[in-house]
Write a protein that binds this ligand. Structure first.
Ligand code: FE2
Length: 362
């Protein structure tokens, strides 16, 4: 069955590579992690890259200061060559900002020296478990055509994937006590987006956050706010299905986006009708020149209009490998210039006011 998850591998210990030039932290990390992980160590970046190329490594703990390379540069190299390996930065208080920057560049978390043993073990285990979940999803995304294919195979494939994921991750997880305000699909959706490309998850999460700020200000009913938060998170769901990576770079054209496919996937996985509409219609424009239907003005539903603005703003302000991010003020000016053409003028005014009141951290 194309969407079935691979056999359980929880009985196998994950492998961690500890990269640190000092013997004492290497020994401390080894001591704390050795019961739950296979341990490999490296004293510098050169040795670390050799180990990574020769062994199956799941997790790296990476000291920010190395003799032959900065930890943040080595992080970039690791993520470029081995995107699936999870990296936890190790740092002292003085370099906290650098560690935060590393998270924006793909690190899964950071640990502060001196180590708190239980915290270190908890973060390492959680990160290794996430990697295992993503490793189960990656081959499905690479090989399944049914998940974004025609009905009825699409719905069957999603039902199977949702059920497999739920049963596999139920044990030991807090999902049973999950808040009623959060869809039970959010963990799976988040993992799928991250398994495809962590930028997709980050983009969706920020667009969801910006959209929620607008919804709060409009005092939308709770059910609509929930659909908006979820629909904004998955608005680019179609990109799970395509090999074309241009769309990840913010090009919202008809060649790179297939909102009809995204909407079909959303329906098949059981999203609300409002969330599916967001996926289907957030590329429409106020003046009727958008796609896929060329809907004009308020014919595009409110929630999709909000997401259209929020995602355009994030495309302008998010850091991208090939393009410098615009400062918030400049991005808002660009959004305002498109009020009445691309965007609903009233919503644009509200969105820009909210963003100027509480600008996002860059
Ligand atoms: Fe988007």
């Amino acid at each position: 069955m194309p969407s079935a998850l691979v056999p359980d591998t929880t009985s196998q210990k994950p492998t961690v590579l500890i990269i640190d030039d000092e013997a004492a932290p290497r020994a401390a990390l080894t001591q704390i992690l050795k019961q739950d992980f296979h341990i490999l160590t490296a004293e510098n970046a050169h040795a670390a890259l050799a180990v990574l190329n020769g062994h199956g490594v799941d997790l790296v703990t990476l000291d920010l200061k190395l003799p032959d390379r900065s930890g943040s540069d080595l992080l970039t190299d690791i993520k470029r060559a081995h995107a699936e390996i999870e990296v936890i930065m190790v740092t002292a208080y003085g370099s906290l900002q650098t560690a935060m920057d590393c998270i924006r560049h793909g690190a899964a978390g950071f640990l502060l020296k001196p180590f708190n043993a239980s915290e270190l073990l908890a973060i390492s285990l959680q990160t290794a478990q996430k990697k295992q979940r993503l490793d189960q999803l990656r081959p499905i995304l690479a090989n399944s055509t049914a998940l974004w294919g025609p009905e009825p195979a699409c719905t069957k494939a999603w039902e199977s994937l949702v059920a497999d994921y739920a049963s596999r991750n139920r044990k030991g997880s807090p999902s049973a006590s999950q808040s009623e305000e959060t869809s039970p699909l959010v963990p799976l959706i988040s993992d799928l987006l991250e398994a495809k490309d962590r930028h997709l998850l980050n983009h969706g999460s920020r667009v969801s956050f910006y959209s929620t700020l607008v919804a709060n200000r409009l005092s939308l009913p709770l059910a609509e706010q929930q659909s908006l938060a979820l629909g904004a998170l998955v608005h680019d769901l179609d990109l799970l299905s395509t090999q074309n990576r241009h769309a990840l770079n913010g090009e919202s054209d008809q060649q790179t986006h297939r909102p009809d496919i995204g909407a079909r996937m959303g329906r098949a996985m059981g999203l609300s009708a409002d969330a599916v509409q967001i996926i289907a219609l957030h590329h429409e424009r106020w003046d009727g020149t958008g796609f896929p239907f060329g809907l004009q003005e308020e014919r595009t539903p409110l929630l999709a209009r909000i997401v259209g603005i929020a995602q355009a703003f994030d495309d302008l302000t998010a850091e991208k490998p090939e393009r410098t991010a615009l400062p918030v003020d400049e991005a808002l000016e660009q959004i305002e210039q498109q009020a009445g053409t691309a965007f609903d003028p009233t919503l644009t005014e509200l969105f820009c006011r909210i963003m100027r009141e509480q600008p996002p951290q860059s």
